[in-house]
Design a protein. Structure first.
Length: 316
């Protein structure tokens, strides 16, 4: 559980302001004080149990990531309470048949806006990403997919990572525990410029998604992507090397699809692309509207790629 021991502090605004200026200690004290109220809200809506704990943990991580975008620090309490209520409402909807759990638009975005865009603007952006880079190799991609992508239900994360849904839950719990331990300790460290990292990886993704459709040679891609990389397609097919990726993107191009990059999240060893498929004469039935790519690197080269579509898939 993250930071559950309350402190007798009446005014949370100074700690919210300190957190926005990059002081993780301020945010730690804020969460220690407010966590019991957050938990009470979650239990009041969901009842005691793992769902309420999940809602609380996701609220704490959202605060860690997005405190920099809070416009009025004096309203930090209702801000946190609104996040946990949104989390709980999403979980209630997901209890209904046919719905999947998501930490995306309905859970956080409805109150805060796009998570990745907020982290890009927030004062804690680089600190949060520094914290993410401290996660273990098993928990890192799960946390990145959960909090910084659109297709982030447990089911979708499980598919992208090639693990059972139960493992997704346990790794997210471990990621939250690690972040709660790591973030308060890294305020004085020098952090990499996350925007520069994402810009570099975004340029690579945009080049591939646009140039490959016309089979334009990309020497830089050939240098960074291993010739024997393994590609896991949404249909379950597994291929080896770059050629099948070129072939599928070229086939999309012939069917009138253009791929537009919409988001990038990257750390050393892991890169995630999100892209929309744009059709000149309207999207045909059964064709994907969007896709999420998970790239894994080893020794600086992309060795494994997994792809899921945002709607029914092509035949790849």
């Amino acid at each position: 559980m993250i930071l559950v021991r309350p402190e007798p502090v009446a005014d949370m605004e100074p700690f919210a302001r300190a957190a926005q200026q990059g002081d993780p200690g301020g945010l730690a004290r804020l969460l220690r004080h407010e966590y019991p109220a957050i938990r009470a809200i979650a239990i009041g809506i969901l009842g005691a149990g793992p769902d309420a704990e999940d809602a609380c943990q996701d609220t704490a991580v959202a605060a860690l990531a997005h405190i920099g975008d809070l416009r009025d620090p004096s309203k930090v309490r209702p801000w946190l309470h609104a996040i946990v209520r949104n989390n709980c409402r999403m979980i209630l909807r997901n209890r209904m048949p046919g719905l999947v759990e998501s930490a995306g638009t309905d859970r956080i975005d409805s109150f805060l806006g796009d998570p990745a865009a907020i982290v890009e603007r927030g004062a804690l952006r680089d600190l949060v990403w520094h914290g993410l880079r401290q996660l273990t190799p098993a928990t890192l991609p799960v946390a990145m997919l959960r909090y910084f992508t659109v297709r982030n239900s447990y089911e979708e994360i499980a598919t992208l990572c090639g693990i059972p849904i139960g493992t997704v839950r346990s790794r997210l719990s471990e990621a939250r525990r690690q972040l709660a331990t790591v973030l308060p300790l890294i305020g004085d460290h020098r952090h990499l410029d996350q925007s520069a990292i994402d810009t570099e990886r975004g340029e690579e993704a945009a080049a591939i998604l646009s140039a490959v459709a016309n089979r334009v040679p990309l020497p830089s891609v050939h240098e960074r992507w291993a010739e024997d990389l393994v590609m896991y397609w949404p249909s379950g097919r597994i291929s080896t090397g770059l050629a099948p990726i070129y072939d599928v993107l070229h086939s999309d191009y012939q069917m009138g699809a253009r791929h537009r990059l919409t988001g990038v999240a990257s750390t050393p060893g892991i890169t995630i692309w999100e892209a929309d498929a744009i059709y000149g004469s309207g999207r045909p039935d059964g064709f994907p509207a969007a896709g999420t790519w998970l790239l894994r690197e080893k020794a600086g080269r992309v060795r494994e790629v997994r792809l899921i579509y945002g709607s029914s898939a092509l035949s790849a």
